[in-house]
Design a protein around this ligand. Structure first.
Ligand SMILES: CC(=O)SCCNC(=O)CCNC(=O)[C@H](O)C(C)(C)COP(=O)(O)OP(=O)(O)OC[C@H]1O[C@@H](n2cnc3c(N)ncnc32)[C@H](O)[C@@H]1OP(=O)(O)O
Ligand SMILES: N[C@@H](CCO)C(=O)O
Length: 379
């Protein structure tokens, strides 16, 4: 119950051991957190998974940060609490770019999430779900609580911090706000701040959730019938998933083909509609709509320059790589080239992929090459 996973005593907080069959553990802090937007949390829990062992001089720790609907299960097979295999299984494991025989890999579930960390569906101190009372969080807030987990794990400096999309925002914020703690940095498919186009797509999604009669102002978590804004969340996912893939990919894969023996002339679906329905159904089964809103809005507020000088990126001390996906229409490569130039003076690496924004999840071989190159650079 109070044993730190590395065998090290936690500086603050308490550890709770995991699913008996899984690797997931929880770090709980009773520290009161003051959030950037003015809200507060009277303590919090972060779920996380680890692979490998922290070495004697604590120099081999790697922080892996997930995207919007990801979780702490970055690697390994599906199992209890994890209906899918790890989302970066191609990157983490023996013989892979992040090898647990060499690295101590840590993957926390984000604050505000719904896969073990404190979020709107969690129980507040009064015994009821936070629901609409869950405060607004920012990417900086997520880093603040991850820094507490870092300290509790006995890690002073990360050998590498990496992530894509929202994970890339978190990684960048780590390197800007805590430059001495990040020796290497990999930002994939993310930008220094959210742009109007990303905020606009996000707004359409959060509006779909909030307009669902099941939303009830965000207070639906304890309805005994399990009802909630499931339709709105499904619509949000359909919109989002379209932005996560390229138009060319969708055209090549699906064209205007009908789904199975359905007839679009008689109310049946096109194959691409069925594909989006499938992704919507899958997300609704595994994700909380209020977490989706909280985290989407955290991404909208991402801005490493807020309250800092225009030279904020000059704070980064890490050996840095920024990577773009060639067909990303949500975070277009121009954003990563600009970010890379401002940190390193060079353009971003480009992952050649037809899969759009999701390329950072799909093209693990190319991501692995970038990780290996970065790890082997001398600093
Ligand atoms: C359960 C968890 O905890 S997962 C948490 C971590 N997940 C994430 O971070 C990201 C969430 N997932 C995703 O974004 C994407 O699914 C990715 C990027 C991981 C996978 O991308 P890809 O491998 O390219 O998969 P793709 O987009 O082609 O989708 C494949 C699915 O669509 C289904 N599909 C394909 N065509 C159709 C169709 N015409 N009609 C219905 N379904 C279809 C496939 O059967 C497959 O289903 P399955 O995933 O249930 O096996
Ligand atoms: N498809 C991924 C990436 C989003 O940026 C997710 O759902 O988390």
């Amino acid at each position: 119950m109070t044993q730190a996973p590395t065998g090290l005593p936690p500086a603050t907080g308490a550890w709770r051991e995991a699913d008996p069959a899984g690797q997931r553990r929880w770090f709980t802090s009773a520290d009161h957190v003051r959030l950037e937007g003015g809200g507060t949390l009277p303590g919090y829990t972060l779920a996380f998974e680890t692979w490998g062992v922290l070495n004697a001089d604590r120099s081999n720790a790697v922080l892996v940060l997930h995207a919007l609907t990801g979780d702490s299960h970055a690697a390994g097979p599906a199992g209890p609490g994890h209906p899918s295999p790890g989302w970066w299984d191609g990157l983490i494991g023996p013989g892979k770019a992040l090898d647990p025989r060499e690295h101590y890999v840590v993957a926390p579930n984000v604050l505000g999430g719904c896969q073990g960390s404190t979020g709107p569906a969690s129980t507040a101190p009064d015994g009821n779900p936070y629901g609409s009372r869950f405060p607004a969080v920012t990417i900086r807030d997520t880093v603040t609580v991850e820094a507490a987990l870092t300290e509790a794990l006995g890690i002073e400096t990360w050998a590498l911090v990496l992530g894509g999309s929202m994970g890339g925002m978190r990684a960048l914020e780590w390197a800007v706000s805590r430059p001495r703690q990040v020796r290497r940095l990999l930002v994939l498919a993310a930008a220094a701040r959210a742009g109007a186009d990303q905020i606009a797509w996000a707004r359409t999604q959060t509006a779909a959730i909030r307009q669902d009669p099941g939303w009830h102002g965000g207070d639906y978590h304890d309805f005994p019938d399990g009802s909630g804004p499931h339709t709105g969340l499904g619509i949000a996912r359909r919109i989002a998933h379209t932005t996560y893939r390229s138009g060319t990919e969708l055209d090549v894969r699906f064209g205007s083909t009908a789904q199975g023996d359905e007839d679009p002339l008689r109310g049946g679906r096109f194959a691409v509609e069925s594909y989006l329905d499938h992704h919507a159904d899958k997300l609704v089964r595994r994700f909380d709509a209020a977490s989706y809103v909280v985290l989407t809005e955290a991404m909208n507020r991402h801005d490493v320059f807020r309250g800092r000088s225009r030279d904020a990126l000059q704070r980064v001390r890490a050996e840095t790589a920024v990577a773009a996906v060639s067909s990303d229409r949500l975070f277009p490569p121009a954003q990563q080239h600009e970010l890379a130039r401002r940190i390193t003076g060079n353009p971003a690496r480009v992952i050649d992929s037809p899969h759009g924004h999701d390329g950072f999840l799909v093209e693990t071989d190319q991501v692995a090459t970038i990780v290996r190159d970065l790890l082997h650079r001398t600093t």
